[in-house]
Design a protein around this ligand. Sequence first.
Ligand code: MCA
Ligand code: AMP
Length: 505
Amino acid sequence: MGNPLYDRLFGIHAGKDTPFLQLPDGQTLTHAAFLDMAARIANALTGYGLEPGDRVAVQVEKSPEALAVYAACAQTGLVFLPLNTGYTVGELTYFIENSGASLVLCDPRIEADLAPIAQAQNARLETLSSDGTGSLMRRALGMLPAFEPVRRTEDDLAAFLYTSGTTGRSKGAMLSQANLLSNADTLVQEWRFTRADVLLHALPIFHTHGLFVATNVALASGGSMIFLPKFDLDDVLRLMPQATSMMGVPTFYTRLLADDRFTGDLAQHMRLFISGSAPLLAETHERFEARTGHRILERYGMTETNMNTSNPYDGERRAGTVGFPLPDVELKVTDPDTGDALPQGEIGMIEVRGPNVFQGYWDMPEKTAAELREDGFFITGDLGHVDADGYVHIVGRGKDLIISGGYNIYPKEVELVLDDQPGVLESAVIGVPHPDFGETVLGILVAEPGQTPDIALIQANVQKELARFKHPRKLIVLDELPRNTMGKVQKNILRDRYQDLFTQA
Ligand code: MCA
Ligand code: AMP
């Protein structure tokens, strides 16, 4: 029986001196060295008394050690719960409490802030810094570089990834081993990854894109990764000649195109550029092809489902579309009110079913029931249609969501913070076009009668409560919010009014 996730992604590389991670300073970590590190960490984790199924909440900078914690969780049957490094202590508190984490692994810089929170939760607190030091590795380095993987089945949970919710409360999407493995296998085949691939990895590893799409595909195919701590344009340009493929959010591609050093010659040898997490403008697609001769392959996914659709590797990669449903994914477009399937070509709610679809939201049965149908179809909240050739188009969102540089922001969460501010009666948060991030956050405030909100103070307060990427880039005070006859705020009117705010030259 074994442990399918560990065996098929990690164990298959046991003892291999093949390169796995190439670091920006030129150092290379082999598969065998990475697995030794993971095994030492696995021994440390079980030494802390953790049991299979326990949650390990991890907010640390990207590093080989951080990735080895993911491998060690697979090996020990622990549920890996990675968290955005931008989250504030207040945001982290919710995730630690909601998940009932048994171990919190954080950067040493915030250890003191998290200590009381971990203690209140009865969770152990350990540290890992970006250079691989900290209490976890101090202990792990004294452990044996071998660990017999804990027996697990494909139905066992492998990870929790939190996604924000329309009510402002984040939900922990429970992903099983089968969810991750099925998608990894499918993507390796669809995108033709092999052990000859060198993936330029500049994404964060706390979200589906950088962790499961990029890393699992590299692991499952036996290829290697150029593992950058973050998207640094100079590093990406410098190291692209050594890569064969890259995955990124649209901002990666617009930033590359904005730099004259990114030439057709630099990209010529590349096999594949993939984009996702946010819509890639058809214009970016076309400019990229004009500059490099490559057509970016756009795909579509979600935290709850991993990847659902992809443009074809062979065949036309159609700009402005997210391609076809993956081979093992069923996709239908339904009437958002009735749930009935709509005829081909009509716009409606995208629903998906397949081995990639998650197991539900942790401890939120009512939310699970509202979004995951009994017959297994997941209601994505994305609006789209399928064209006559079968390509899926995403035309909008049925959910109030902003995607900035590939990070999701639910306006409600920001509005709750703004509504609490001195002198503010109410607020509306919308997404407006932004040249770098695709969309950005704009906050509209209505003052309490006779008051003048102190914008600088509000911004400072927001900074304490919310991760930087959620901050409104601008706050505007209006006399009142536009409402329809039912009293609902008409955000479309606000979006239209402010659509050029950040894009005007
Ligand atoms: C950083 N900042 C941001 C963002 N990132 N603000 C808004 N939106 C963002 N995405 C803040 C920084 O804190 C900084 O604040 C300022 O903006 C500018 O920083 P900069 O150096 O330009 O940012 P960066 O570090 O270069 O980051 C931009 C980035 C990064 C490279 C686009 O956000 C990124 O790697 N995004 C990828 C997100 C991702 O992996 N999404 C996948 C989700 P200050 O001004 O105070 O200095 S998974 C998913 O969506 C599904 C499953 C899917 O389909 O993939
Ligand atoms: P998340 O919940 O962070 O996993 O974000 C998933 C959401 O990102 C989806 O529901 C879509 O709204 C959006 N998304 C992902 N890929 C694409 C894409 N290629 N085009 C448009 N939207 C996308």
